[in-house]
Design a protein around this ligand. Structure first.
Ligand SMILES: CC(=O)Nc1ccn([C@H]2C[C@H](O)[C@@H](CO)O2)c(=O)n1
Length: 121
């Protein structure tokens, strides 16, 4: 039995649903996403819930500024140690750059997910 009012429960559910459909990126990657040079992102398990075919609103991590919509094309598990030049190319980085970025964001995490997307608007 939930002690919250039905209005409150609906409000919370809407926030959760919106959060699950949103994706954030660091501002420094915005230009590469908008011009199509960066077509994947690599996230940890907490961000592996995106549904293939769904459309997500994308905003900056730093300020929450909306900048585009992406359609999710695939979500595939990948081990950090299996990242290769092909992943780096799709991130518009060198492999050492990509590994360094990921180690900074997800220190010590081996189990990751490659999310492939296309830009809509
Ligand atoms: C800002 C935020 O919530 N999380 C992330 C996680 C990753 N990225 C970028 C960094 C690399 O280009 C790839 C691989 O992790 O995705 C990001 O912008 N924001």
């Amino acid at each position: 039995m939930c002690c919250l009012s039905i209005e409150c429960q609906i409000f919370i559910k809407k926030i959760i649903m919106k959060t699950l459909k949103d994706m954030t990126f660091f501002e420094r990657f915005e230009a590469d996403i908008l011009c199509g040079k960066k077509v994947i992102t690599i996230r940890d398990e907490s961000e592996s819930h995106y549904q293939v075919g769904s459309v997500v609103d994308v905003s900056t991590f730093e300020t929450g500024r909306y900048f585009c919509q992406l359609r999710i094309l695939s979500v595939e598990p990948i081990a950090f140690s299996s990242l290769d030049e092909d992943h780096a190319k799709q991130e518009n980085m060198t492999l050492p750059e990509l590994k360094s970025v990921i180690q900074n964001i997800y220190p010590g995490i081996e189990r990751l997910f490659v999310i492939t997307y296309e830009r809509l608007a």
